[in-house]
Design a protein around this ligand. Structure first.
Ligand code: SF4
Length: 299
């Protein structure tokens, strides 16, 4: 029997990004209460499940957790379940949250893989998206992760953002690959009508790229797949796919099934002998999109 992976969703962020329709709350006021419930739920599920081959802590923003929070969660997991030897233990982090001390502590807790929400190395794109970090913090986050000893790092990027050109997207891709990440996820921006950017788009304050332009972004990204920088990096598994199809534990009763993963359920994935790249045509987790996803449909 195939051993499942354990996904834990941390549904809190310090603030909501302008495009985000993931299940997360833009406040950490209830975090302590949530941790108590999570620890209890972890102990209850051991009647049904006993082993996991990987652990993935996603969100939301798991880096809102203190090291003590994480220590408590991991202790509860290890107390109740058998974790396979050499398991990947991943946590998603926001560049705005992490520093050398935090990263070193993660390593000491046994975290051996990071997924960093870079999204862009372009400050104007980051501001448009409402991200809390800037380009300098993005670079620092990756450098500090390497210094702390992480040799398995995934980076998330977003393309198809208004104001982004093929040239600036190429620069962001090149910069991402210069860090030799083990995993690169590139998501196309689409907007849910209930997000701040979705509402602005519906009011005509900006337009998303045309479908043809979106295709150009996608093809440009695909070209990078063939580049040596990605093909020589190492990625033993494709972690996201494991959780997209096998999400096992929801940590509270009020998280909808679509939030088991913070990323879309149907990415286009390619895996080589070396690196892995995940391309997605849709960053949203639901089908309720704004009425202006593309200028082609309005013209
Ligand atoms: S995109 Fe990520 S960091 Fe931003 S609000 Fe959504 S879950 Fe939080």
């Amino acid at each position: 029997m195939q051993i499942p992976g354990l996904y834990i969703h941390i549904p809190f962020c310090h603030q909501k990004c302008n495009y985000c329709n993931f299940y997360s709350i833009g406040s950490v006021d209830d975090l302590s209460r949530f941790i108590k419930v999570l620890l209890k739920e972890l102990s209850l599920y051991n009647q049904k499940l006993n082993s996991f081959d990987t652990i993935y802590i996603g969100g939301g923003t798991p880096s809102v957790l203190s090291i003590q929070n994480l220590e408590d969660i991991l202790a509860e997991i290890r107390k109740n379940y058998r974790i396979m030897a050499e398991s990947e233990l991943t946590i998603e982090v926001n560049p705005a949250d992490i520093d050398a001390t935090y990263l070193t502590s993660l390593r000491q807790l046994g975290v051996n893989r990071l997924n960093i929400g870079i999204q862009s190395f372009d400050d104007s794109i980051l501001r448009f998206l409402g991200r809390r970090h800037n380009q300098q913090q993005a670079v620092y986050a990756i450098d500090a992760s390497h210094t702390a000893g992480f040799d398995n790092i995934g980076l998330d990027l977003i393309y198809g953002v208004p104001g982004q050109t093929l040239m600036t997207w190429q620069e962001t891709l090149s910069q991402a690959l210069s860090f030799q990440p083990q995993h690169l996820s590139c998501y196309q921006l689409t907007l849910d009508a209930d997000t701040p950017l979705g509402r602005q788009c519906n009011k005509g304050l900006f337009e998303l790229p045309r479908e043809g332009e979106q295709a150009d972004f996608f093809m440009k990204t695909s070209e990078f797949w063939k580049m040596p920088a990605i093909s020589t990096t190492r990625c033993p598994i494709l972690p996201g796919v494991s959780y997209w199809f096998q999400g096992i534990i929801r940590n509270t009763g009020n998280i909808p099934p679509t939030s088991v993963s913070a990323h879309p359920p149907t990415p286009l994935c390619k895996e080589s002998d070396g690196g892995t790249i995940v391309l997605s045509a849709d960053i949203s987790t639901t089908s309720k999109k704004t009425s202006c996803p593309s200028r082609d449909r309005n013209s």
